[in-house]
Design a protein around this ligand. Structure first.
Ligand code: IYR
Length: 221
């Protein structure tokens, strides 16, 4: 029989709900992806707390199918940069279709990935497709969705704590498996450099969709 415990829940007045919702929205709206980092380090304690927040995400059957690998040593960061740039150079020069390259023009990205060495910490997220328990395969469910939610929680926590981040998905990224010696049941999901912005950091002048472009309040005709 499953065990149940009372829910811990603090009811809020509508006024307080709106106040919090607005404050949180305004904070989230200030988040920008940053590609230029200062060398200033991030403490292990701070990173641990942000990663604890990531670990509070809901997941398929509560299997928590994620593995976060924290890389702070210069040598490994360099290896990752070299491997990522090799793939990215091929992607930009051979693999990415014209339309994709055109869509990226506003971001000003190219195959150079200096941030992989500049950022004090690289969080490499792996999706855990199954666990091995006494040599037996125990499958996980909705792995991509679950890891995506955990990464979302993490990015929000990083921003909330006054740090900046970038979601990087070099393609293909199986080199991360080798460099970080991860087992077969894990697959690289995303690379997230975390740190402080460089003093002269710039971000592209782009905006977000208006609410009417992505929210439809359904009404039966
Ligand atoms: N992975 C490449 C290309 C890239 C793709 C998307 I979609 C972006 O939003 C940004 C970049 C890179 O990291 O440069």
């Amino acid at each position: 029989m499953p065990e149940f415990i009372p829910l811990q829940f603090t009811p809020l007045s509508e006024e307080e709900q709106l106040r919090r919702a607005n404050a949180f929205y305004k904070q989230c709206a200030m988040r920008r992806t940053v590609r230029q980092f200062a060398p200033h380090p991030v403490s292990r304690e701070l990173l641990m707390t942000l990663l604890r927040t990531a670990g509070t995400a809901p997941s398929g059957a509560n299997r928590q199918p994620w593995q976060f690998v924290v890389v702070t040593d210069q040598e490994t960061k360099r290896k990752i940069r070299i491997a990522a740039e090799k793939e990215e150079k091929e992607s930009y020069e051979e693999r990415m279709p014209e339309q994709w390259l055109k869509d990226l023009e506003v971001l000003g990205t190219d195959w150079h990935k200096e941030f992989l060495e500049q950022a004090p910490a690289l969080i490499v997220v792996f999706a855990v497709n199954y666990d091995l328990e006494d040599g037996k395969v125990h499958k996980n469910y909705y792995v991509k969705e679950s890891v995506g939610i955990a990464v979302g929680f993490f990015l929000a926590a990083v921003h909330h704590a006054g740090l900046v981040s970038l979601t990087h998905t070099p393609s293909p990224m199986n080199f991360l498996q080798k460099i970080l010696h991860r087992p077969e049941n894990e697959r690289p999901y995303m690379l997230i450099p975390v740190g402080y912005p460089a003093a002269d950091a710039v971000v592209p002048a782009i905006g977000r969709k208006r609410t009417d472009e992505y929210i439809l309040w359904h009404r039966e005709p």
